[in-house]
Ligand binder design. Structure first.
Ligand code: G4P
Length: 533
């Protein structure tokens, strides 16, 4: 029999774990579905939407998603493609900044950035792209919707470079202007791949590899334009460069149309061929944990009540090393407590499948692992490990919350605690004034909406949530707190991870204080400053 270490290394090398990020409506859902179609995981496109329909029918908190037409919950799709196992982590797509999207990025090895080629990079999602850049995640770019009139692809490349600072290196290039899209030239092989449409791309788009001389004759002016543009790209050396892609400095660009399936296979192949397999994750002391060490993983998402029929709580853990076997006992590094993993699932939409074994790069959902919190490391074997915490983001908006029904204070407290644990918002408490009027802090206001909705629907504790006019937050310490308390317009609060923070009604006052009393500890809560392993 094959030794375990060898098996783990081989299985890890087959994994590709990534997320698709985009502005809402750029085509993330469509592309996800088309990946499933090309991988043979669904027979006809349309299946994902049907699953979504079922999900909103069975889950009351998904109602919010349905009402707003946005996707808030994250799931993990796992499917085989070629000789590989693809793990696609779904990032919630909404117009607002949200911490849970960023957290998903700590569990992936690469991202596919989808742009609507009529729109380019849209302001609200710029921040998300910047986070990928800051974390040096390898980014593949897909210029989508070329089947309809849009902006010039060359112009979009400029935008990627100037706005995100990623150097675009087109791998495929369109033949036919946006709106009259016929196929792509693969710059690596110089082949022309011509596509034919199927009805709304429900089935694979027929592809034909056309020799260059025939393509020149048949495609006429469109061919000449494409060749000219490729000449420009050649001249500036915008060629695929694997080293700088893996370092997060350049981005291979693919073009296509998720709706008609043009270019989808080439992109999926690139996920396999270009994005990295899992690599050893660095622990808190900067030591990489070898892939074939004993089992280890970290929790990047906790979510309760995903399915009201079960009212359970799932902790999603990304495996970093070793082999996971269902039923094995693992230790939570923070609490030192053991937990069994009898109920472990993978998630494919709402359909849970029990997972028997899993390897680095995979995500397992641990059911009712109540002791697990966001960012926790779990491990098995004699060699414990602690991975760095998942970066928290500096909140930018604040609100107060109080129960509307005084008879339901207990439910309110329980709900606040649970949603705080899940990281839906950051909950800040004044230890003197009890815990019925916490301050909520978030990166985007949508987080408050989700918080209020879930308090009411899952905990039966409707709450009044009012935006509060704080302008800045700083980490402080017990030595500085008494002086800060003397000054008006500042509140000192506790976060559940033990951090002591100061909230400022006026950011100019904060600036003055920083200048006048440098001995006070007033540190920004930095975003994304923890290196990703
Ligand atoms: P999202 O998950 O990023 O929010 O986007 P989603 O895939 O839901 O796509 C948003 C809209 O854009 C959908 O249209 C979808 O059909 C369309 N779309 C996606 N990819 C392409 C493409 O390559 N070309 C064109 N022309 N359209 C595309 P919708 O009208 O909102 O929904 P539907 O009625 O078409 O289902």
């Amino acid at each position: 029999m094959e030794p375990d270490g060898q098996l783990v290394r081989r299985e890890a090398a087959r994994r590709r774990t990534f997320a698709i990020i985009s502005h809402p409506d750029a085509g993330k859902t469509t592309l996800t579905e088309k990946f499933l179609l090309y991988a043979g995981a669904v027979q006809r496109a349309g299946a994902v939407k049907a699953r979504e329909g079922r999900r909103s029918a069975t889950s009351d908190w998904m109602e919010l998603e349905r009402q707003r037409g946005i996707s808030i919950s994250s799931t993990v799709l796992q499917f085989p493609y070629r000789d590989h196992i693809v793990n696609l982590l779904d990032t919630p797509g909404h117009r607002d900044f949200s911490e849970d999207t960023y957290r998903v990025l700590s569990g992936v090895d690469a991202v596919v950035m989808v742009l609507d080629s009529a729109k380019g990079i849209e302001a609200q999602t710029l921040k998300l792209f910047e986070v990928c850049r800051a974390r040096r995640l390898p980014v593949l770019t897909f210029l989508n919707k070329l089947d309809r009139p849009g902006r010039e692809p060359l112009e979009l490349l400029d935008e990627i470079e100037s706005m995100i600072g990623l150097r675009p290196t087109p791998v495929s290039w369109p033949v036919g202007a946006p709106g009259d899209f016929r196929g792509v030239i693969d710059r690596r092989t110089d082949e022309f791949v011509r596509y034919a449409r199927t009805d709304r791309g429900a089935s694979l788009a027929p592809e034909e590899v056309v020799p260059t001389d025939r393509a020149a004759l048949e495609e006429g002016a469109a061919w000449t334009t494409a060749r000219d543009e490729i000449g420009l790209l050649d001249a500036v050396g915008a060629d695929l460069d694997e080293a700088s892609f893996l370092a997060g400095d350049s981005t291979p660009v693919f073009v296509g149309s998720a709706l008609t399936n043009f270019g989808v296979r080439m992109l999926l192949d690139a996920v396999i061929d270009l994005t990295p397999s899992p690599s050893p994750r660095t622990d808190l002391d900067g030591r990489p944990r070898p892939l074939d060490d004993a089992f280890s993983a970290f929790v990047f998402k906790v979510q309760a009540n995903m399915d009201p029929a079960h009212r359970d709580r799932l902790a999603f853990a990304r495996i970093c090393s070793g082999r996971f076997e269902r039923g094995m006992t693992v230790t939570c590094d923070r609490s030192g407590r053991d937990l069994t993993t009898k109920y472990a699932t993978t998630a494919f939409g709402p359909d849970r499948e029990t997972v028997e074994e899993a390897f680095p790069g995979d995500v397992v959902g641990l059911v009712n692992a109540t002791g697990l919190q966001l960012g926790d490391t779990i491990h098995a074997g004699a060699d414990p490990v602690t991975f760095p915490p998942i970066p928290r983001f500096s909140p930018e908006v604040f609100a107060t919350a109080r129960p509307l029904d005084t008879a339901r204070v207990k439910q309110f407290r329980r709900g606040v605690e649970q949603l705080d644990e899940e990281g839906v918002v950051q909950v800040l408490r004044d230890l003197d004034s009890g815990d019925t009027a916490p301050i909520l802090a978030a990166v985007g206001a949508l987080q408050f909406e989700v918080f209020g909705y879930r308090l009411a629907s899952e905990f039966n504790a409707p709450a009044e949530i009012l935006q509060a006019g704080y302008q800045a937050i700083r980490r402080t310490d017990p030595a500085s707190a008494p002086r800060l308390r003397e000054i008006g317009g500042i509140r000192i609060l506790h976060r559940s991870d033990g951090a002591l923070v100061a909230l400022f009604e006026n950011r100019y006052r904060l600036a003055r204080l920083e200048a006048d009393e440098p001995e006070l500890r007033l540190e920004p809560l930095v975003a994304g400053d923890v290196p990703v392993g």
